[in-house]
Design a protein around this ligand. Structure first.
Ligand SMILES: C[S@@+](CC[C@H](N)C(=O)[O-])C[C@H]1O[C@@H](n2cnc3c(N)ncnc32)[C@H](O)[C@@H]1O
Length: 276
């Protein structure tokens, strides 16, 4: 979503293989003109008979208008775009509409540790810097909760420093972070519960022979069983990762809350109720 000139679409084109498909959506025609110029070159480089990338011009708030059907997409990827949307809830609702059951939203964006003051939300400099529309983490979390996704996982995060004096003077009271998250279209609980389950990574994901990081606090070494909460067990067994993990244990016996927390409890951007 918000593919711009298509760089990430072409990376994904390689990852999904010749039989996979990638759709890039952007509202800016000029960006798509550049993006489309590189379809054939990438297909040739990857040895594909024809490009597996399609670019669609439109709003990420209305994927229906672009003909993207319910339950039709495996993974939605986006980089630094949702902060720019005036209607983030609609974008997120559209994402969960188009994802297949078990599908994944994997995206990075700019998050703030408080709501941006109204007077600064329309500031053109701050908008251009992707700061004015930054998602306040707790509002983002609540929006996902409303959409039926109570457990969003942080994959990685890093602070954003405001090097420009004009920008820092305007909005320096807010702390910003760049955060990459995973959210699954899987029925999950709002807290991590312990059912005595165990997961073991098979080492079978391409380029991850030794270990796989589901998020910032689930590092699965190949062949090494790890105790997991019910939500993690469900994420691993109902998503694209299913074939790459053995997950043992049913949810027949409950042992209470799962006792663990993410390692980086940074500022107020901690994962809150979605931790495990
Ligand atoms: C900061 S750029 C990021 C481009 C690309 N994802 C990347 O990482 O290089 C934001 C892109 O999102 C697009 N965009 C912003 N809001 C949008 C919306 N509501 N609907 C569709 N595209 C949007 C812009 O046209 C622009 O190409």
């Amino acid at each position: 979503l918000g593919c711009g000139t298509g760089r990430d679409c072409y990376l994904l084109s390689r990852l999904v293989g010749e039989s996979g498909k990638v759709i890039g959506v952007d509202m800016t025609e000029a960006q798509l003109v550049v993006a489309r110029q590189h379809c054939d070159w990438h297909a040739q480089q990857y040895g594909y008979a024809q490009s597996n990338v399609t670019f669609l011009e439109g709003q990420i708030e209305d994927l229906q208008a672009l003909g993207i059907a319910d339950n039709s997409i495996d993974v939605v990827v986006s980089n630094c775009v949702i902060n720019l949307s005036p209607d983030k809830k609609r974008v997120l609702a559209e994402i969960f509409r188009v994802l297949k059951p078990g599908g994944e939203l994997y995206f990075s964006d700019v998050y703030s540790d408080r709501r941006i003051p109204a007077a600064l939300k329309t500031d053109p400099v701050l908008l251009g810097e992707c700061l004015a529309g930054a998602l306040y983490w707790e509002d983002f979390r609540r929006t996902l909760l409303d959409l039926g996704c109570p457990d969003v996982r942080v994959v990685k995060e890093s602070p954003i420093t405001l090097d420009d004096e004009e920008v820092a003077e305007k909005i320096g009271m807010v702390n910003f972070r760049s955060v990459t998250v995973r959210a699954f279209k899987v029925a999950l609980e709002d807290r991590c519960e312990d059912y005595g389950q165990v997961a073991c990574y098979k080492g079978s994901i391409l380029n991850h022979p030794h270990a796989f990081d589901l998020d910032d606090h689930h590092h699965f070494e190949t062949g090494r069983p790890l105790r997991v909460c019910g939500n993690t067990a469900d994420m691993l067994s109902a998503s694209r990762y299913a074939g790459h993990f053995d997950v043992w244990g049913e949810k027949t016996v409950h042992f209470g809350l799962f006792d663990c927390a993410p390692p980086n409890k940074s500022l107020s951007l901690e994962s809150g109720a979605s931790c495990c």
